[in-house]
Design a protein. Sequence first.
Length: 578
Amino acid sequence: MTARKTYEQLRSARWMLPDDQRSFGHRSRTMQMGYAPEDWQGKPIIAVINTWSDAQPCHMHFRERAEWVKRGILQSGGFPMELPALSLSENFVKPTTMLYRNMLAMETEELLRSHPVDGAVLMGGCDKTTPGLVMGAVSMGIPFIYLPAGPMLRGNYAGKTLGSGTDGFKYWDERRAGTITQEEWQGIEGGIARSYGHCMTMGTASTMTAIAEAMGLTLPGASSIPAADANHQRMSAACGRRIVDMVWEDLTPEQIITSAAVDNAVTVAMATGCSTNAIIHLIAMARRAGVPLELDDLDRIGRTTPVLANIRPSGSTYLMEDFFYAGGLRALMKQLGDKLDPTAITVTGKPLVDGLDQVKIYNDDVIRPLSNPVYHEGSLAVLKGNLCPDGAVIKPAACDPKFHRHRGPALVADSYAEMKKIIDDPDYPLTPDTVLVLRNAGPQGGPGMPEWGMIPMPKALLKLGLRDMVRISDARMSGTSFGACVLHVAPESYVGGPLALLRTGDMVELDIPARSLNMLVAEEEITARRAAWVAPTRHYERGYGFMFSGHIEQADKGCDFDFLTTEFGGKTPEPAIN
């Protein structure tokens, strides 16, 4: 860390300190809002980036939590400035929040750059808000701390514990199979989400907040606290107090997000039974920090990191509330032992592993030891082959082991609408060996790579009592999903990836232990099909979608915009003050 800053060295002082007409305007307009010079003079200005909105159930408590953050900032001698940002509600935004993750990243970066702020508290939690906020703040480069929304309380219906997303998928198949009634379905609907907070399964939201903590971007233990727990309010105020000290210490993201920190984040993610989406977001976040994380790095760490968090969907019983009571993410880190790099530091300025020896594990069935894992390898596996030369992803711990090696005929759909007709037809001619393939659903094809990859089970197979089959797509799936779903096929079919050349009836071979995915088609036939392939028309002719289509990278590169990565040319210059 560098020497402690003086007030004159703060960014905000460039706006507020000079004796000139422009700074007169900054000060007078601040006074217009009711503040006196005593409120800001000699103090760092802290941005509170709040992703609250009326369309964001995961963040419904953020309007109130922002006040706790401000209280902490004031307690520590700072001046808070709340700035609203895109809320990216996973529940309501169509076609997918992934289309707008980079928009939030850009907005965060530009909010911080254009305003007179010295540090930031980032308030997020719902799936894409964590990577979007972090990516933008990393590119800006000022001190920041991440405040996770926290998981909601356990769902409940008729004495059964329900997990958001996971049980929605599970019982929808049962509803389609006719094994539960309309009344039961409506009871599940009303009981599955009982409080504010993000998904309480180990879906993308819980995965990404855990990654933020493991990367050193939160206060210790912050990601595990349920949203409705009073500890969450105290943590919010503590974030406000800590960010003020971080500004004076000049503790910037580049000191925290190192190669060691990224490796720790990958290790912890694998041990949690993480969402498949973690791969895309981890790569994007790391690349913004100048750490060249690759798919092969994730697979390498995953092979030696077992799943320790017995949380749905990789686990069968427990949810995030149980995880918190069992000791939380710090307890899982303790179980990982020397798999974590002790050189990485956090927003506290201390090593990530500091104090882990004092952490207690209250239930080692929820947070397993290395000697008794939920699954012997990490949550995710990266596949390569002639269907996915740049990679694809599967979650072996969350699918039937009989599909870890599988060969079967492809049944290909070129759109979600076409696939829906297949799966809704109770008499469609397919077998348990059939490999369902949905294409044109990747970053450009979706557009935005929607969560269509967990294709619902076809009614024809549900009638036979089957609940899993091999499914392949260039789409993503919800982190709360499960099943033998191969996702993120790269390059995507929409841009001419090999998935575009697959035909119904072609044999497909999946081998997870060998990390391979191939179509068993002669190379000369593949070459002939490629010569005949015609590119589809683009989705957008104007606006954000037009920019997105022209600059979005493929899944194996993190789906960032090519002009925002560190390879493009470094940081944007600071704005002139005039």
